[in-house]
Design a protein around this ligand. Structure first.
Ligand code: HEC
Length: 179
């Protein structure tokens, strides 16, 4: 190949690379478009004041059998702990060197139980529970911790009004970025 031919070849290769780069810029061709319906399945945050809670309802009466079926294998009968941690009861107060950080002793907001259960439970099939089932399980966990009665209905307006025993046990921080 003459010097002239090889220069032409290099130029052609560079042009080709530029064309590929331009195409890549307009469409990275990674993944696939997400529909609004799919995006909604990830947009599931429930805030302490209840924002984000869906329609639905449930009480501990319905939640007990659901807990036995979906949760007790790991968290134990009555949520007293097994291979996974206890979720109810506990005797060591937060002032102890080895406190029991159960829901009733530790969690400041009841709405977090709903958020976490809906997004992460049961461990092997997160997202599989209906809103009514999550309300019922949340109600049962609150009942098992002595926070509400067995027949108290939890829904989008009652759950944020449940006052947790350790509600004032946390110190707030000012999370604004420094100037
Ligand atoms: C296969 C075992 C397994 C099953 C079934 C399971 N969990 Fe869990 N769970 C765990 C483990 C392990 C942890 C601790 C690690 C973590 O937070 O993921 C945990 C943590 C939790 C916590 C957080 C506890 C805390 O104080 O941080 C809650 C609440 C909870 N599970 C509720 C449930 C509920 C409600 C169900 C049933 C719908 C359920 N779990 C089913 C294994 C399980």
């Amino acid at each position: 190949m003459s010097t002239r031919d090889s220069r032409a070849l290099v130029a052609a290769v560079l042009l080709g690379l530029a064309a590929i780069a331009a195409a890549a810029e307009s469409t990275p061709r990674l993944g696939r478009p997400v529909s609004p319906e799919q995006a909604a399945t990830w947009d599931r945050s429930v805030f302490p004041d209840g924002r984000g809670l869906p329609a639905g309802r449930g009480s501990a009466v319905e939640g007990g059998p659901l807990f036995d079926r979906h949760c007790a294998a790991c968290h134990g009968a009555g949520a007293r702990g097994a291979s996974a941690e206890e979720l109810a009861g506990g005797s060591e107060p937060l002032t102890s060197a080895t406190p029991d950080k159960t829901i009733g002793l530790y969690w400041p907001y009841a709405t977090t139980i709903f958020d976490f259960t809906r997004r992460a439970k049961p461990m092997g099939a997160p997202g599989s529970l209906s809103a009514d089932e999550v309300y019922a399980l949340t109600a049962w966990l609150l009942f098992a911790n002595g926070v509400i009665g067995e027949r108290d209905e939890m829904n989008a307006s009652t759950l944020p009004r449940v006052r947790m025993p350790n509600r004032d046990g946390f110190v707030g921080i000012d999370a604004r970025p420094p100037r």
